[in-house]
Design a protein around this ligand. Sequence first.
Ligand code: ADP
Ligand code: MG
Length: 709
Amino acid sequence: MTLETSIQYLPGVGPKRAALLGQELGIETVGDLVHLYPFRYIDRSSIVRIADVQPDLALVQVRATVQKVRLFAKNGAELPAEKLKYNAVSRLSAMVADDSGEMEVVFFKGVKWMHERLVPGNTFIFFGKPAVFQNHLNMVHPEVDAPDNSNTGVLTGVYPSTEKLKNAGITGKVMLKLMATALNEVLPIVPETLPDYVLKEKGLVPLTFALRQIHFPVDQASLGKASYRLKFEELFLLQLSLLKQKYIRSHNAVGLTMTQVGQPFNDCFNALPYELTGAQKRVIREIREDMKSGHQMNRLLQGDVGSGKTMVAVLSALIAVGNGYQACIMAPTEVLSQQHYANVSKYLQPTGVRCALLTGTTTAAQRREIHAGLQDGSIGILIGTHALIEDTVQFKALGLAIVDEQHRFGVEQRARLWNKGYQSIPPHVLVMTATPIPRTLAMTLYGDLDVSVIDEMPPGRKPVTTMCVGESKRHAMHNFIRDEIAKGRQAFIVYPLIFESEKLDYKNLQLGYEEIMKVFPLPDYKVAIVHGQQNAQEKAFNMDAFVAGRANILVSTTVIEVGVDVPNASVMVIESAERFGLSQLHQLRGRVGRGAERSYCILMKGTKVSKESQKRLDLLCATENGFELAEEDMKLRGPGDLEGTQQSGLPISLNIASLAKDGLILSDARAYAQHVLDQDPTLQDQKNAPLLKELQRDKYKTKDYSQIS
Ligand code: ADP
Ligand code: MG
């Protein structure tokens, strides 16, 4: 038997159970089984005195002697022990005691077997969840073991399971048994996956020890060593694979060499109405180094909302133009593309560089003109939605592709940009995101990219006062908006739009709009509305009215979430705030605090707010730092659910390590992977043969991330 042997040949499995294990847990081979780790352990090493049992304890174990056993019928009447018919019994109740106190154990099933077993005067280990019922301590359906049972004195693993598995008799106990059989079969032949020197340098236990102890720990210390080794290995191999890809790309992928800064850059730079922040300058230097290196740039630019990424994009695009190439900036929505276009055009004025906007609503005639301009090179910068990755859009010499708010783009869409390069050399790629991602997640999601961070806000950014209020404050909220409008300010009111209940959401939005129209009537007030069911013209008309200051209030869905810049807006009201994710709330809040003296974010919460949602809202009131929020969000929800990551997903799914909890191991594993590659970049050294072999496994090949970012 090897790790690759089909699970059905493991003694105790067979074809039926094998099919079920495959279907329910994805276990096809014996190897899959031994790599299914317990997700928690029950400590059966300690026996609790009945007097010390607290009903809120999870699972406890007591050693007690049976005092008295009684049987009850469905109607609650006690049944006499003589002439007993077991099918009339609905409940068995036994009083058990140790020298500290007594407790009731109750069985509704398996009554006959328990009645025969629980003979008064005999002592057992009862293992289960304590509760209080009618003022006394009880335990329903505990496990009952003889006191010398070998289960005691160890940590027992609990494996993932499903109803179907349990119904088919694959209980926790059966899993443990299968695991023991499998380990005995394969442990003698399991090859070590990490080279000796790695084990030594990192102080890791061997794989065989780790596998044995992760399933059947002899004590906490051994379990700790086993789990550390397996987590380190998982994160180390993942980082090794990402960093190796990065190395190969940066050494092999030819890039367009852009040696000059160029006149357009200088013209724009010299006319800037403000000084760039230190962070903006640093990031532009990093980008400039990439663009002249002769290797293709693949850089992620992370910067909190309002940190000034647009300027970085414009100056980078101008470097490309100054070297005789073109650039494109792709944004996720029509509104955003338009706003980018308006901003960028303004910045380009002193440079004479021509820029065009291409979206879904561009007319055929305009399109023809743009296509011509792209092909003869007279258009230097193209801005647009995904309309600009259509095959008909051909550049004369595309040198740089900038993707804004990348998490809204699918992976294939980005791949299409790749093919628009000059003489089949792919363009440099700059991906910008305002979704702050926790460091550990960034290392993994973008482990093969270079990352630049704008960690400094432009001067003049005002703090936003955030408060969370309920329905009773709606009237006060309206008055507050009225006061702000009287000061010449504008307000956003945002409604959630959650896919599953789209119809309902629009109803809410519509009702909200009507209410606002009543509270803020014409001609004193103007209210604009923007949502996804409007056509592009309607949307643009309403949006423009707000941006230009003709409308005092903008009622909308989250279409305004990213990018939209209205410095005069000082209030952001978010309706049903509990229905938004933390990072989305943070993005929305970032729409204010851009100009006005003081800005406010008012989170309106519904009547039913879960504890977790309340925590999110509290966090948001407590800090404005996007990275801090992202870290907290990950702790709250685990990385799998983080917004902005569902689409891209993790490059591989982690089996034992957690990005939320194992950040330190991850940093260490990444640094060590880099250290190994520094000495042997392509892992050709004999001593690294086991690593190379591991990296050839399918899971590291599922997607070539170097081709899509
Ligand atoms: P984001 O990173 O969210 O895309 P923007 O590029 O929209 O941020 O910039 C936010 C605002 O800050 C804009 O109004 C922009 O003009 C302004 N801004 C950008 N850089 C600076 C700077 N160095 N000094 C002052 N204001 C700046
Ligand atoms: Mg932006």
